[in-house]
Design a protein around this ligand. Structure first.
Ligand code: ATP
Length: 473
């Protein structure tokens, strides 16, 4: 057998000394495998987790490592999976016994048996994720790479170790993982593999929504998320869990008038916003900001293509979509809804920036007004350089105006300067419709800039308004 190359620098961390010592105590062949090894060769920075595979019991090995470690960490055992985990230096170290997996047609769960390192590498999803480094005394640091994953790392290729049709059909989540790694790492999915994803796309339906969303979120948080979304679409996966997006596809032409392709436009917006924010939910808002356009699209003889009320319809769709995909139904969902609902407001403003329109925008968006501006700037995808410049300049004016109006009028998180109680006391009223009318009128007057957002002015205004309604002090 030829001596394989050793990579001692990959396993310089002290944890590997302890694992190696424990393995030797128990006489267990042991390797570090998967993402840790891949990321070392890709120079992807400090690892957050390390996967250890033992030819024998991973749980026994974890317990022995914990015994040797000075801080004696707690070992978390997952009996059903035969795995164990401990934490050291903020790193999660996962231990598993090498296994052989065989799937049959009717069950999602494989039959699992003890296996060799090679069996374990065979069950890995991609060649670049099957790389292992020995932690055994005899060949510490030796690379075990049966599928030439190193070459795929150099060539930036995602490839399954075995027949891709079998790999993907056995565990369809791997299709999402292939696309996620391609997006995160800037790799290309090998042609056979890509074709196999298209052929097996409908198998994704057996995967839980939570696991799909986990991968989607990782795609969304990549530098250029559109890479992943376009691959998801090309392989027919996207329509299976985000039909609201694929419904935006295409350009229609009636009487020589076309509308833009809102599907590809959406991905441009997501890429744009990703340059300016790492906020996952603002990125989701960018992805969903136009979903109301499919159900509201109409052609009018005089107006051309319209998407009347698409923001409102879109924000309602956000609720259903979040629920279906088991995304959080809390303030994150409400934030995305709000962004979709308000997504056209600053654009309208950009043509004429009035104080009252800016005040209303701040009033409606509250603390999210900055996020909304970020979304709307990302929404500028015109290819006409003059228009591009003009829109951005207008948004700069809007941003400045927001600052100016904010400082002067304090309408963010607006609290009316006159309370309902004060109105009741002043006019000796019991609860009635007029109180609401007066309060609304005061709010409107402030937003319109007729009066400043101050007690004295609002009090004067209340007196006048009440007089008109025939109320007496
Ligand atoms: P990341 O930490 O970026 O998600 P990773 O490769 O470490 O990357 P994990 O999900 O932690 O991803 O998986 C660890 C290793 O387990 C992988 O490198 C791979 O070898 C294997 N693996 C994970 N999921 C699968 C799967 N669905 N099918 C086959 N092998 C898998």
């Amino acid at each position: 057998m030829t001596e394989s190359k050793k990579y001692i620098t990959a396993i310089e961390h002290t944890i590997f000394e302890y694992i190696s010592k424990a393995a030797s105590n128990l006489q267990l062949e042991t390797y570090v495998i998967g993402g840790f090894v891949r990321d070392f060769f890709l120079k992807r920075g400090t690892p957050k987790d390390i996967d250890i595979v033992a030819i024998g019991s991973g749980i026994d090995l974890a317990n022995e490592v914990a015994k040797l470690l000075p801080n004696k960490p707690k070992v978390q055992v997952f009996k059903t999976y035969g795995t164990a985990m401990l934490r050291f230096d903020d790193i999660e170290v996962e231990f598993v016994g090498a296994r052989k997996e065989s799937y049959n047609e009717d069950s999602r769960n494989p039959v699992v048996e003890d296996g060799t390192l090679e069996d374990d590498q065979n069950r890995r999803d991609f060649t670049i994720n099957a790389l292992a480094l020995s932690l055994n005394k005899t060949d510490f640091g030796a690379l075990l790479d049966p599928f030439n994953g190193m070459q795929d790392l150099v060539d930036k290729i995602i490839r399954t170790p075995l027949n891709p049709d079998i790999t993907y059909s056995d565990d369809p989540l791997r299709m999402m993982r292939a696309i996620r790694f391609a997006t995160q790492l800037g790799f290309t999915i090998e042609k056979d593999s890509l074709d196999a994803i298209s052929r097996n796309a409908e198998r994704i339906d057996i995967i839980t929504r939570e696991r799909i969303v986990d991968e989607l979120n990782k795609i969304m948080l990549s530098e250029v998320p559109s890479v992943g979304f376009i691959l998801l679409d090309d392989t027919n996966l996207l329509e299976r869990f985000l039909p609201e997006l694929t419904n935006l596809k295409g350009v229609e032409e009636v009487e020589g008038q076309k509308h833009k392709d809102n599907f590809y436009h959406t991905f441009e917006v997501v890429d744009n916003i990703s340059k300016n924010t790492k906020d996952l939910w603002l990125r989701w808002a960018a992805l969903l900001h136009d979903i109301g356009k499919a159900p509201t699209k109409k052609f009018h003889k005089t107006l051309g293509w319209t998407f009347h009320g698409h923001e409102f319809v879109g924000s309602k769709m956000v609720y259903k979509l979040f629920k279906r995909l088991r995304l959080p139904m809390n303030n994150k969902m409400k934030f995305v809804q709000k962004m979709v609902l308000l997504s056209s407001r600053p654009i309208v403003l950009a043509t004429e920036v009035t104080d009252s329109a800016v005040r209303r925008l701040i009033f409606d968006a509250g603390d999210d007004v900055e996020s909304l501006m970020t979304l709307c700037e990302a929404d500028i995808t015109t290819k006409n350089p003059n228009r591009f410049k003009k829109y951005h300049k207008n948004f700069e004016i809007v941003r400045n105006k927001i600052k100016e109006v904010e400082e002067r009028d304090h309408v963010r998180n607006f609290q009316p300067p006159i309370s309902g109680e004060l109105i009741m006391e002043t006019f000796n009223l019991t609860p009635c419709r007029e109180i609401g009318q007066i309060k609304d009128a005061i709010k409107e007057a402030i937003l319109e800039g007729e009066i400043p957002n101050e007690y004295e002015a609002a009090y004067e205004f209340m007196l006048k308004r009440a007089k008109k309604l025939g109320l007496k002090v």
